[in-house]
Design a protein around this ligand. Sequence first.
Ligand SMILES: Nc1ncnc2c1ncn2[C@@H]1O[C@H](COP(=O)(O)OP(=O)(O)O)[C@@H](O)[C@H]1O
Ligand SMILES: C[C@@](O)(CCOP(=O)(O)O)CC(=O)O
Ligand SMILES: [Mg+2]
Length: 397
Amino acid sequence: MEVSDCYVSAPGKAILHGEHAVVHGKVALAVSLNLRTYLRLKATTTGRVCVNLPNIDTFLSWHVSELRHIIPHSYGKHEEVKRLDAELVRRLREFIGVTNGNLDTCNMAILSFLYIYLSLFGSGELPSLTVSVWSELPTGAGLGSSAAYSVCLAAALLCASGAIPTPLKEWDHTARWCQEDLELINSWAFQGEMIIHGNPSGVDNAVGTWGGMLRFLAGKIIPLSRVPLLRILLTNTKVPRSTKVLVARVKDKINKFPAIMTPVLDSVDAISCTCEKVLSEMTSEPITGEHYNILEELIDINQHHLNVMGVGHSALDTLCRVTMARGLHSKLTGAGGGGCGITLLRPETDSSVVQTTVQDLKDCGFDCWETSIGGPGVQQHSPLSVKEEVLEILNHY
Ligand SMILES: Nc1ncnc2c1ncn2[C@@H]1O[C@H](COP(=O)(O)OP(=O)(O)O)[C@@H](O)[C@H]1O
Ligand SMILES: C[C@@](O)(CCOP(=O)(O)O)CC(=O)O
Ligand SMILES: [Mg+2]
C-alpha cells in the first residue's frame, strides 16, 4: 500500500476553568497554546512499522507480519467509532505485555499509536512506515500533551489511509482540513485520549484539533471568537502526575460523597459560565479593572474547589502563594496533582513585576514563562514551515 509522507502539528492547551468538572458534564473554557507537538510520517519499504518518540525515550519497531496477528478475526474497517474496540485493546495489551491495567508513559503512547494504526489499516494491507514525534510541550504536566500527540497521530494516519486528503498544496507552507475532516480527526484523537486518560471529556483533543479558545460542554464544542487578549504566565512545577490517576481519584470522591461533591462541580460550572460572560463583556465594552477583579476572584475560588476535589499539591500552593505576594492570582490547569498552573497578568502589570515573579518561581525550582494563547489547531506543514530545530529531530530517524 502506497502512503504519502507528511508533517503535521497540533497545539497544547490551557484550561482556564472547568478541568475535572468537564468530565462530569460541566462547562470548561480552554485555549490553545503556542507550544506544539510535531509528527513526521514517512513511507518506507522495509516492511516495518517504526515509532520514534524521543521526548519519552521510546524507539520501537515491528514487522508488519507481527502486527497482523494482533488484529481480531473478521475485522471490519472502523471509519468512525465512538467507543474503544475492547477486543483490540485486550490483544494490544497482551502484545505489548501489559495485562494489569497499569500503563506507563511509554506503553500508553505505543498502545494509542498501535490502536489507531490497526483500526485504520487492519482490514487491508498494513503499510510499512516510520512515525516520529517531537513536542515542545512538557509531557504529563497538564498542558494537553496527550491530546496534541493523539491529534497528530489521528491526522497523519487518517491521511495515510486515504480517509482524508492531505490539504497542503505545492505552494502552501501550512494547510488545514475542512470541518468534516477535522471532525474525523477529532473523533480518532478522542480514541487515543481514551487509551491515555481512561475517561476523557474530549476538551483537550477538541482544542488540539480546532485551536483558539472554546467552550466545551458534554462533547459540544463552541468556538469563542470574541475574546480579549489575555496575558498569561505558565508555570510548570515539574511535579510528575498522571491525568488518568487524577481523573479516577475525583470520580472516587464523587462516588463517596455525592451530596458534598455535586455542589462543588455545579459551582465550577457557574465559574466557567461567569468567566465566559465577563470575557465576552470585555470585547463589547471598555475593559475596566473590575473585569480583571472578577477574573481574579474566579481563579481563586476555582483553585479552592480543585483542592476540595483532591487534585491540589503543595507545589501548586507554593505557586499561588508566591504569585499572590506580587498581587497575582493563580490556579492549577489540567489535571493538577502537580504539573502546571496559570497566572493571570493584568494589562497594567509592569514587566518588572512579571520578571521578579518569574525569578521567584524559578527560585522554587519551577519553569516559568509568559505565553501567547490562541494558536491554530491541527495543521499540515511543508518541511519549510517546521522550525529548523524540530525538523532536525524529526528527520534524524
Ligand atoms: N511527545 C510525546 N511523545 C510520546 N508520547 C506522548 C508525548 N506527549 C504525550 N504523550 C503521551 O501522553 C501521556 C501524558 O498524558 P497526560 O497524563 O494526559 O498528561 P498531559 O497533561 O501532558 O496531557 C504520556 O504518558 C505519553 O503516553
Ligand atoms: C482533568 C481533565 O479535565 C483535563 C486533563 O488535562 P491534562 O491531560 O492534564 O492536560 C480531564 C479531561 O477533561 O479529560
Ligand atoms: Mg492529557
